[in-house]
Every structure is written in C-alpha cells, then in structure tokens.
Design a protein around this ligand. Structure first.
Ligand code: DAK
Length: 255
C-alpha cells in the first residue's frame, strides 16, 4: 500500500508514501490513488481532501522514470491514460482537493498538483515540468492545465525550459496559492479546509463545476492529443536516450 488514508474533522488526508523514490508514481500507485480519492469523495463524513507526500523532501518527483524506461508506444498510451484518469478524478471532485506540496513536484507530480483545486506549498517546494530533459512531453495534462493556471507565456517557459522554480517563483506566477514553512504546511492547509467546511457543500461543488467548465470543453480533446503525442515518442531514439540517461545517472546526449 502506497497511499496512507486518514480522516480528521471531516478532512480526508491522503499521503503518497514512497519516500525512498521521492514518491514517484508507478501504475500501482496511480490506481491506488484513484481509488483513494474516489473513496474520499464517496465518504459522507469527508468535506475536503488534502493530498500530500510522505517525508520532507518530495510531494511527488514525477512519474516513475524506471517504469517509463520499459514502456513501448502501447504501454505508454496506457500509462498516460491512467495518469490522466487520476487527474480527472481529482479535478472533477465535487469536494475541494488541496495539494499540500511539501517539496519536489516534478513532471507528473506537478501535473497532479495542477489537477488539485488549490496548491498550498512549503518554502522548500520545487516545481518543474522537466519532461523535455528526458525526451518526453508532459503527459498527465501539463500542456493543458499549466497554461490555464499560469498563462501561456509562463507555461511555455516552464515546459520548454524544463528548469526548476522555487516556492516564491511558483507563488509569483500563480502556480502556488500560498507558501508556508514546511512544519506549518499541513496545519495551515487544514485551517483553510476548515474555512471551506463552513461554506455550503452544494455551492462549493457547483462553483468547482462551473469553474472547470469555464476552461472550455476542449480539455478532453487536448488531453487526447497530449497522450497521443506522448506515446508516439516511445518509438524514438531521443526518448530512449533521455530515460536511459536518468537511470544510468548521466546527462542525456540528445544532439
Ligand atoms: N522516477 C523514479 N525514481 C526516482 C524519480 C522518478 N521520477 N525521482 C527520484 N527517483 C529515485 C532516484 O532514482 C533515487 O533512487 P535510488 O538511485 O536511490 O534507487 C531516489 O529516488 C532518490 O533520488 P536522488 O538520489 O536522485 O535524490 P537527489 O536529492 O539527489 O535528487 C531530484 C532529487 C528530484 C532532483 C532527482 O531525483 C531527480 O531529478 N529526479 C527525477 C525528476 C524528474 O525528472 N521527474 C519527472 C519525471 S517525467 C506520460 C506518463 C508520465 C509522464 C508523462 C506522460 N504518458 C505515458 C503519457 C510524466 C513524466 C514525468 O513525470
């Protein structure tokens, strides 16, 4: 089991618990997370969900690169769809989901945070979409959700630069809603959850629904395009080199 579940004062807390791999997501963890979020949505005693990572270093350091190194085009499509399903389950939740980002939120980890309704982050949080460094593109909604949250220019800079940004920069561009000292992150997230719990649950669910719809009906089309592009890459030498270089702990040689 890689997802710890707790309920405290109507707040469901889900903790991704694989700190030795910086909470990197493999297919089993994705399936577990999908079930865990659905379980919290169905549980009438829960009004707000908080998603966080175990340890003091990472929220989620991305999709599991060692798993991706083994994928062919068909398996990449399945892995991509699984990640997209989880992010849709989170985004479509009628109960607000707060990402309490306690460190690295990279690649798929940033994308899972983007699918949450709010991102409260610790001072040591680091965000990036580093896929282009691995011969990949973001595949769990990053090309679609990041521009909607930080604007097209900032999203292009992050996605084609692949560089890391700290909590203050994430806050400046609107990626982080609030920044707290690491030790206060969960408590502050719970404080805001408590404020939400004082408001009408149907109004909250309807607000989230309308806000999601305002982003346009083409999100699904965009996600389909993204996952097709992503899986095509698994037939290229560039992607093989990018993933192999990470596993071999060396810099990728793309040119
Ligand atoms: N996958 C697997 N293992 C990972 C990992 C990851 N993403 N990130 C870290 N680890 C593992 C490391 O390999 C290491 O394991 P051992 O070597 O000890 O066995 C352990 O976690 C601790 O990491 P480090 O020793 O590297 O720790 P450092 O503090 O030195 O460095 C770091 C921390 C976060 C800077 C570094 O670990 C790092 O650069 N990690 C990779 C970050 C990254 O590039 N993440 C983005 C992955 S790309 C799609 C599916 C998925 C995706 C897109 C599309 N479709 C199929 C459509 C998503 C893509 C991504 O997420």
């Amino acid at each position: 089991m890689f997802i710890k579940k707790e309920i405290k004062n109507q707040i469901g807390i889900l903790t991704i618990d694989r700190p030795d791999a910086l909470n990197a997501m493999n297919p089993d963890i994705l399936k577990e997370m999908d079930q865990a979020v659905k379980g919290m949505i169905a549980d009438e005693s829960v009004g707000v969900i908080i998603l966080t990572g175990a340890g003091e270093k990472a929220f989620i350091a991305g999709a599991d690169i060692k798993v991706m190194q083994q994928l062919d085009k068909r398996a990449a499509l399945e892995f991509g769809k699984l990640g997209q399903e989880v992010t849709m389950t989170i985004e479509d939740s009628p109960k607000p989901v707060i990402a309490a980002v306690n460190g690295f939120a990279l690649g798929g980890g940033c994308e899972i945070a983007l699918s949450c309704h709010l991102r409260f982050v610790s001072e040591n949080a680091i965000f990036a979409q580093p896929e282009v460094k691995l011969g990949l593109i973001p595949g769990w909604g990053g090309t679609q959700r990041l521009p909607r949250i930080v604007g097209k220019g900032n999203a292009i800079e992050l996605i084609i630069g692949g560089h890391m940004i700290n909590a203050d920069e994430a806050h400046r561009i609107g990626l982080a809603n609030k920044v707290f000292p690491l030790n206060d992150l969960l408590e502050e997230s719970m404080k805001f959850a408590k404020i939400i719990l004082g408001n009408g649950p149907n109004c909250i669910a309807e607000s989230l629904h309308c806000i999601n719809e305002s982003a346009g009906h083409s999100l699904i089309d965009g996600l389909n395009m993204e996952v097709d592009s992503f899986s095509q890459l698994f037939e290229t030498d560039e992607t093989t080199e990018g993933l192999t270089a990470f596993v071999e702990k060396r810099k990728a040689n793309f040119r």
